[in-house]
Ligand binder design. Structure first.
Ligand SMILES: NC(=[NH2+])NCCC[C@H](N)C(=O)O
Ligand SMILES: [Mn+2]
Ligand SMILES: [Mn+2]
Length: 343
């Protein structure tokens, strides 16, 4: 008997949740939400590092590759201040939203590999078009809740949360070309994990809307298990809502995931990130996960490999990989030799 085994009691009202055994992978080679070259090659780097093969090794998991989104589009000047490449961000997210909706309609967990974090606008839009009651867990060193009035950088990857919550609509000017977006997601369904680099107006927003938030100091105080359980319980006390995780690789400590554009020291260990994902997997309610901000052009070969391995490990844990190992399916015993000699 395994004394370490934790049985997660399913207390959802009525509906029984089972982890979905089918996933759809969508690549988004997009980097116009920030200034550095390289985030757009992450989907190719993750694929050539064996992401699909690694996911297919997970017990019983059916993995379909939907390929990459077409991220090309003409650069238009939409005359919105302090938002770089806005028309390209909008176009990419429109296509991504449609693709994520399709994956979910195919009854698969949507696994989106970015790309910079501006693509969170499209993944969440596409998800909430299918699951109106979804909750969003934003795992990040940063809060990404700036508007064009509060951002110091003008980079849209620092703004996706502000773009996707309906409560912020009057903090934005009219944004041309964003008509595709259904602005129905509520900030009441958002929680944060991993914060440690939060701008002043971002902090004000988190306080004003009382967003449940486990910053690194809270995780140091309470541990990762209590932290993620607090977020899940606060957003969804009856364990009955589909989960979307938007995972920025910079939530993980810069020592363990160095190849990213806005690295911050003092982050999650890889083991904490994996443990959190195992807990989320065990709810049976994960329906979409984004892995963003891996930049293979930053650092040396060793940094690149470590960062990509960390990202793959996080996705594996979210999708059911067990660190205890998996016994072969349908095989009752160890293989016997044909010519058994007494040893
Ligand atoms: N997705 C990210 N890595 N975002 C970093 C954002 C940094 C800073 N808060 C900004 O607004 O520019
Ligand atoms: Mn981010
Ligand atoms: Mn970040």
């Amino acid at each position: 008997m395994n004394l370490c085994r934790v049985f997660v009691r399913n207390m959802s009202q009525g509906k029984k949740w089972q982890p979905l055994k089918k996933v759809g992978v969508v690549g988004v080679p997009f980097e116009k939400g920030q200034k550095k070259y390289g985030v757009s090659v992450a989907p190719a780097a993750l694929r050539s590092a064996g992401l699909l093969e690694a996911l297919r090794e997970i017990d019983d998991l059916d993995v379909k590759d939907y390929g990459d989104i077409d991220t090309s589009s003409p650069e238009l000047d939409l005359h919105v201040k302090n938002m770089d490449h806005l028309s390209m961000v909008s176009n990419c997210n429109k296509r991504l939203s449609e693709q994520v909706t399709q994956v979910l309609k195919d009854d698969r967990i949507a696994v989106t590999i970015g790309g910079d974090h501006s693509i969170g606008v499209g993944t969440v839009d596409g998800h909430q078009k299918v699951n109106k009651d979804m909750i969003l867990i934003w795992v990040d060193a940063h809060a990404d809740i700036n508007t064009n009035k509060t951002s110091d950088s003008g980079s849209v990857h620092g703004m996706p949360v502000a773009l996707l919550v309906k409560e912020f609509s009057h903090y934005w000017p009219y944004l041309p070309t964003f008509e595709w977006q259904d602005l129905v997601f509520s900030i009441k369904s958002l929680g944060y994990i991993g914060l440690r680099s939060v701008d002043q107006y971002e902090r004000l927003a988190i306080q004003k809307f009382n967003v449940p938030c486990c910053a690194m100091e809270d995780i140091d105080e309470n541990g990762i298990k209590n932290s993620i359980q607090y977020i899940l319980k606060t957003l969804d006390p009856t364990n009955s809502r589909p989960i979307h995780v938007s995972f920025d690789i910079d939530s993980v400590d810069a020592l363990e995931a160095p190849s990213t554009g806005t690295a911050v020291r003092g982050g999650l260990t890889l083991r904490e990130a994996i443990k959190m994902m195992e807990i989320i997997h065990a709810t049976g309610r994960l329906r979409a996960i984004d892995l963003v901000e891996i930049n293979p052009a930053i650092g040396n070969e060793n940094d690149r490999k470590r960062t990509i391995d960390a990202g793959i490990s996080v996705l594996k844990a979210a999708l059911g990989f067990s660190r205890r190992g998996t016994a072969p399916r349908g095989v009752p015993d160890l293989p016997v030799q044909d010519n058994t000699t007494k040893r």
